[in-house]
Design a protein around this ligand. Structure first.
Ligand SMILES: [Zn+2]
Length: 220
């Protein structure tokens, strides 16, 4: 569906009017504070609109998105969002959210040359190579979706291993890390059950979620 830029401004006015009509003073209240409970780390894909698909309004969800929802400890952009969300906003939950048929994951899987992003997707190829034994036994379609989910598990574990989350847990701050996957075909989120609320829970949660993934994709 093609919309002109003036359509976008018209849509925006209608959206703001609708929210303000339901909750008078909504936007002026947000001027003074944001107290989101959640940090969403997701893919940049236009088909995965974070706020909309969980029904949250402005002010409820702090968001970081990049190609293939990658979390690496050399990415100052992602780390800055994470640090601000944990230390300043004190979010209670951090969710890494991948999605089925992720273009970034497909490119990584097939060694496609797209451009600069190929370098970024090396991180997903590291995930692919680590789980080669499972992936090689699957059909092409299943392999993509399996790598989408494996990537969520690895990136969620990477969140847990940042100094930011480690330090938060060390000082007793309650923050829970999750890994979810969104189905492009049905619009539904699925919890991959890599749920960690402290340093001792990370590896057991990762191992259990990985075992469940292996069962789901038919490998024992
Ligand atoms: Zn994607």
């Amino acid at each position: 569906m093609t919309q002109t830029l003036s359509d976008l401004f018209a849509n925006n006015r209608a959206w703001a009017d609708e929210i303000e009509g339901r909750q008078p003073g909504f936007f002026t209240k947000l001027l003074h504070q944001q107290t989101p409970q959640y940090l969403w780390i997701g893919c940049a894909d236009s088909r995965v609109p974070a706020n909309e698909l969980v029904g949250l309004l402005p002010g409820d969800l702090f968001v970081h998105r990049n190609v293939a929802n990658v979390v690496v400890p050399t990415d100052l952009n992602c780390l800055s969002v994470l640090q601000y969300a944990v230390d300043q906003l004190r979010v209670r939950h951090i969710m890494v959210v991948g999605h089925s048929r992720c273009g970034g994951v497909m490119a990584a899987l097939g060694n496609l040359r797209v451009g600069l992003v190929d370098n970024w997707l090396r991180h997903v190829q590291d995930v692919r190579d680590r789980h080669r034994a499972l992936l090689d036994g699957l059909s092409a379609d299943r392999r993509v979706d399996a790598l989408c989910e494996l990537n969520v598990l690895e990136q969620a574990r990477n969140v847990c291993r940042t100094t930011i989350v480690e330090d938060a847990w060390k000082r007793g701050q309650e923050v829970v890390v999750h890994g979810w996957v969104y189905g492009l075909h049905n619009g539904l989120l699925e919890d991959l059950s890599i749920t960690a609320s402290g340093p001792d829970g990370v590896e057991p949660a990762y191992e259990a979620a990985l075992a469940a993934l292996h069962r789901r994709f038919g490998d024992g």
